[in-house]
Design a protein around this ligand. Sequence first.
Ligand SMILES: [Zn+2]
Length: 115
Amino acid sequence: MKAFGYLFSGMLMLLGIVFCVAAGATGIWQRWFLGGILLGSGIALVYFLRMKTPETRVSVTHQVDLTGDISLERLSCANCGATLEKDSVSVKAGAVFVSCPYCETEYQMEEAPKW
Ligand SMILES: [Zn+2]
């Protein structure tokens, strides 16, 4: 549904640009007007779709967090103490595994309790 919205707004903007280009080429002022409306509504639609994006992002990050309450911001390697990126943490069979890119150690992480 959102992809369709972006496609539609893209088409509106493209059509608006086409009308504006045609207006510049032919000098028919009505086309400037129509092109402006199309372009404006296309931009407004993108803006409207962008406004709703953070809501979806929150639900996505929430699904990731369900695998374990690990604060990735403060995550560091237990072996060498290097700060770990999100990419170095993987979930295998329900357990959280950490593979350090610096010392190349791989170990299972114990999930910290919520309280
Ligand atoms: Zn390490």
